[in-house]
Design a binder for this molecule. Sequence first.
Ligand code: SF4
Ligand code: SF4
Length: 94
Amino acid sequence: MSGPARGNVTINIEECKGCGLCVESCPPKCLVLAPELSHYGVHPARYTGHDCTGCGICFYCCPEPGAITVYRLAAPPKAPVPQVQTGGEHAPAL
Ligand code: SF4
Ligand code: SF4
């Protein structure tokens, strides 16, 4: 996917139990299970760092409260629309 990022996500590995539900449910597939183990002996979820849309699906499917935080990024401001001059002035009568 291209264009500016629309979202960001953080994983709290102290809360993540490595179930992988978020990885499977993420539409753009921007979550993975980390190769290393957490203190719980599981592979915690990790954000790849790109393509998050901020949809929140991972947040809603995660069974562990506080494991995932989703941020929706503000859209860049649009360029101002140029003012169109309508009509005109009549020439003064002679
Ligand atoms: S918010 Fe949506 S796009 Fe972003 S990581 Fe979660 S499921 Fe994937
Ligand atoms: S759904 Fe939640 S607990 Fe399961 S891997 Fe993703 S962040 Fe961890």
